[in-house]
Design a protein around this ligand. Sequence first.
Ligand SMILES: C[S@@+](CC[C@H](N)C(=O)[O-])C[C@H]1O[C@@H](n2cnc3c(N)ncnc32)[C@H](O)[C@@H]1O
Length: 221
Amino acid sequence: MKVVKGNKIEEFTVEQSLTYIEGFSRVHLDIGAGDGRYVYKEAMLSVAEEKKSNTLFIALEPVSKQLEEYSKKSKKAKLSNCLFVVGSLDNIPVELEHRINSISILFPWGSLLQNVVFPEELLIPVISNVARNGRLFLTIVFGYAPEAEPSEMRRLGLEDISLNSLYEKIIPRYIKNGFKVECVRQNSREDLKKYESTWSKRLAFGQSRPVFTLDLLLQLP
Ligand SMILES: C[S@@+](CC[C@H](N)C(=O)[O-])C[C@H]1O[C@@H](n2cnc3c(N)ncnc32)[C@H](O)[C@@H]1O
């Protein structure tokens, strides 16, 4: 597994990775982590609150350069409960198989967004494969608007999105595959400000667009 450490990338062997992961009782994976700010903040919070859950937070992002800043910050803060890993939805490190308790996908774009809207081909099989004991909590925060990105919507084949179309089209694709809906909501600007991710902050202050949160629980038989 390729782990970003400041400006460098360290190759962890499978054994090293598993030893690291097994030192924690829970593992959270943030897919499409961007600069990794969300993972860094969650790891900081977890330490500050001395959470007994002992969670490892992993930022997974295909563009390694993006992870450098918060990897450096985590080193400076001496955090050992977060890792910044190079990878993508179609290239998940094998070490993560059957080890993940929860996943977040925050403000996906490109192929990641397409896989959130049409999860059956790749996202659901990947999640089912990384879920620990067949159970995993998934949070997706996403949105798009024809006014903001018409050509991207056409390119990715995305349908118009609203609370109605979420319930009628997107959510059933998850339910059919073993997910239960825990919560669905449309976020206000104030809600967006509360997410500790760089894109959340950007969108909270930028052009208004609908952004939805989907909390889902996978429980495989
Ligand atoms: C808009 S950014 C959001 C970054 C971060 N989650 C945030 O909230 O600040 C979308 C991120 O998804 C990543 N991404 C795009 N396609 C991906 C894929 N197939 N697998 C994993 N990440 C992907 C991009 O590299 C980019 O960093």
